[in-house]
Design a protein around this ligand. Structure first.
Ligand SMILES: Cc1ncc(C[n+]2csc(CCOP(=O)(O)OP(=O)(O)O)c2C)c(N)n1
Ligand SMILES: [Mg+2]
Length: 349
């Protein structure tokens, strides 16, 4: 069964008068925390683009436009407890889970202290052992069967930990997606499959990626609920994820969640999106920017005002400046350590 979350939530909301976040059990401070993570992620991301255009760094994959669905998802999980399999667009998701801007900048510059790989991985391949954020591989969708494997381990250990795995809609055309969901469906594993549907796989539009309209429709074939929601609405994301997490923790099995969203920037620093989509389309979606929507919500509910917002902007600027300077002035890894962490015992050449 594919459920459209908005219809469900709106019908409940009609009978209640509290603000949406209160209905979801969120305090004002938690909403503010969500807004803060979105804003910090955006300012960090923008700086990464600038550094690339200044030829300071080699590559960047942006999460701009995805902050709403990512912050909602991260806030519904138990940080440092559940297991996370992010993908390259998950800057805001992993930041909310506890990865620091300094760590992200070190990885971007490929510097020695990069805690994810010591400067060996591509940028945007976020991971942190102490936060249970599992290392990302570059071939898309490989993380999906890995997450099902982790779900199987959690079930075997009778743990209450839940696993979440993130991917784009283009990745649902990979065999790995289908094998991962099939396995999780059969064994009713505590895994949440979280698709961030931004309607493109680089230059390929969604109609050329899959023969059905929604990713959530695919859930039926694997015996799990498929839920879609407005991915630019941080509270809808939180709401959908909360239900899926509760279901998984109760031992009722996996869910497939689809956040409908958009990336208003090119696929990566090496892409030119003017070759495959119109500027009108991009401008349309910029008006539905998840940060603008969250800020409006916070203003309307007196959770934030312009002064506080400016304070947040200043703080974000300081943190981004600090992370940038920290990573820029850090040393590169020594060449003789290039094979560390690749071999158990270094072979003789
Ligand atoms: C197996 C594999 N095929 C192709 C690529 C090249 N590639 C990298 S990202 C990407 C698009 C993936 O699109 P989607 O899953 O929708 O995620 P999005 O980037 O849109 O968030 C492709 C084709 C790859 N990394 N791995
Ligand atoms: Mg996509």
């Amino acid at each position: 069964m594919t459920l459209h979350l908005a219809e469900n939530v709106q019908s409940q909301a009609a009978t209640r008068t509290e603000p949406r976040h209160a209905q979801l059990g969120l305090h004002d401070e938690q909403v503010l925390e969500m807004y803060w993570h979105m804003l910090l992620a955006r300012r960090l991301d923008e700086r990464m683009w600038i550094l690339h255009r200044q030829h300071e760094v080699a590559f960047h994959v942006s999460g701009i436009g995805h902050e709403g669905c990512q912050v909602g998802a991260a806030m519904a999980m138990k940080r440092r407890h559940d297991y996370f399999f992010p993908y390259y667009r998950d800057l805001c998701f992993t930041l909310t889970l506890g990865l620091t801007p300094r760590a992200m900048m070190l990885a971007l510059y490929g510097k020695q202290g990069d805690p994810m790989s010591g400067g060996r991985q591509m940028p945007s391949h976020y991971s942190a052992r102490e936060l249970n954020i599992v290392s990302v591989s570059s071939p898309v969708a490989t993380q999906i069967p890995q997450a099902s494997g982790m779900g199987f381990a959690m079930q075997y250990e009778k743990s209450d930990r839940v696993v979440i795995v993130c991917f784009g809609e283009g990745s649902t055309a990979e065999g790995d997606f289908h094998e991962g969901l099939n396995w999780a469906g059969i064994f009713r594993l505590p895994v949440i499959f979280f698709c961030q549907n931004n309607q493109y796989a680089i230059s390929v539009p969604i109609e050329r990626e899959m023969p059905v309209k929604n990713v959530a429709d695919r859930a039926y074939a694997y015996g799990m609920p498929g839920v879609m929601f407005d991915g630019n609405d941080f509270l809808e994301s939180y709401s959908a994820m909360k239900l899926a997490v509760e279901r998984a923790r109760r031992g009722e099995g996996p869910s497939l969640l689809e956040a409908k969203t958009y990336r208003p920037v090119p696929h990566s620093s090496d892409d030119d999106d003017r070759t495959y989509r119109s500027r009108e389309e991009v401008e349309f979606w910029k008006k539905r920017d998840p940060i603008l929507l969250a800020r409006k919500y916070c203003y309307e509910h007196n959770i934030l005002d312009e002064n506080k917002n400016q304070e947040f902007e200043n703080r974000a600027r300081e943190i981004v400046d600090d992370a940038n300077e920290f990573a820029r002035s850090a040393p590169y890894p020594p060449p003789e350590e290039a094979l560390n962490g690749v071999w158990g015992d270094l072979p003789k050449f």
